[in-house]
Design a protein around this ligand. Sequence first.
Ligand SMILES: [Zn+2]
Length: 479
Amino acid sequence: MDQQSFISYLDEWIPKHTDDMISSLLELISILSTDQAPAEGQPFGPEVARAFDYYIQKASEFGISSKNVDGYAIHAEIGSGDEIVMALTHADVVPIGTGWTRNPLGEVHNGKIYGRGAQDNKGPTIACLYALKAIKESGASLNRRIRHVVGGNEESGFRCVRHYFEVEEKPTYGFSPDAMFPLVYAEKGSMNVRVTAILEAGKYSLIQISGGERPNIVPEEANALLKVPEGEEQHVVNALQTFIPHVEDIVGGPGPLSFEFIIEPGALTINCTGKACHASVPWEGTNAVAGLLHLIACLGDQLGSRDLIKFLAHAADIYGKGLNIECEDDISGKLSCNLGVCESSHKNGNTVVTGIYNIRYPVKASGQELKQRALTCERPETPSLTVEVISLSNSHYTDPDSFLVKTLLQIYREETGDYSPPIAIGGGTYAKVIPGGVAYGPVRPGTPETAHQADEFISIEDLLLLVKIYARAMLALAQ
Ligand SMILES: [Zn+2]
């Protein structure tokens, strides 16, 4: 069957199966498959296992063979041949959260299917299953097997697919409907760097600091407690206020960057507010922790551990200058760096400060080389200071001129009329684990992304469009 006749086939097949697809999606959404404590054969707990069972039950009703891979992931497969075309989605969801006006466990309203996971990633999961069913029933001949893999913990660590690819075959062509259209062909690598040191006392001493909760978010709030000589509190505040414009210049971003000073006898609390954003685009935010550290460093030589505080602040440079890892390429742009977490703790009478920096490096750069550069970057000669690389993950790149990318782009363009170019991003999609794979949908440019939010939904129209696009893509890659 050629693509033209398959398109006509789908145009008849999809309307006949629309009601079934909606009920299947609602049933899958009704299982709140968040990551939970492991049990025997259920590494992500009972609810993810129930979602897997539901999928396998559906596949068997459709006469499609399936496999549960040690409870980490499942797959359904049609066709025969040595090679595999793979679609990868996930069955786990983030918790419901608050603020819903629709039923988070599934509801149809005004042409939209609401519920946790509707868009991320149960809608695409059901779309891929029905795409397999449509291809199977069309009788189209396949030169490769088509396999739909469903992982169980995309939202909390990707252990599902790491295990899967250790024990299962790798695909010839693969895509993951867990990001956006038209297609993501390049994802930066990432690296987390941890800096720790003991804070020394001075005339002015930093005794407590806290800001940020996760390395992958630019912190919006930060606060610090300083010890200052009694009677000098107001004088210190006045001096610091004169430095604020200078700090705003260094930290940059869209702002605002604001400071609040609270005086107590012999102590000064500084609260700083910036603007949060995702760590892969730190230039879209204003880092409150970086602002606070830069301001405190302005206290000069009489500040205890001043060089160290300056180092922590400079290491927060959004392009990585402070860690000597600045670089860029023509595909994915500049390296980005975010000081995502800064906190202090008390150990053996010392105050220990820790900063965690989340770095996204360009696809052409070497992660190993950047790691070495960070480990040997210029720093103060403080014996207690350590710089460690606590995680390093590869970048991901698929040639935009490859058969895979050209085929997927063409199908998306024919179905939507949207000619947006393929995308290079800061990284982190599920496609990163598919050797040679790309992210392909489900969110189209200019349409709402509701993943992880209240009132998450997928429109019925989009669900049907996904079935058509994914069925066409699977068939085109398998012929
Ligand atoms: Zn997802």
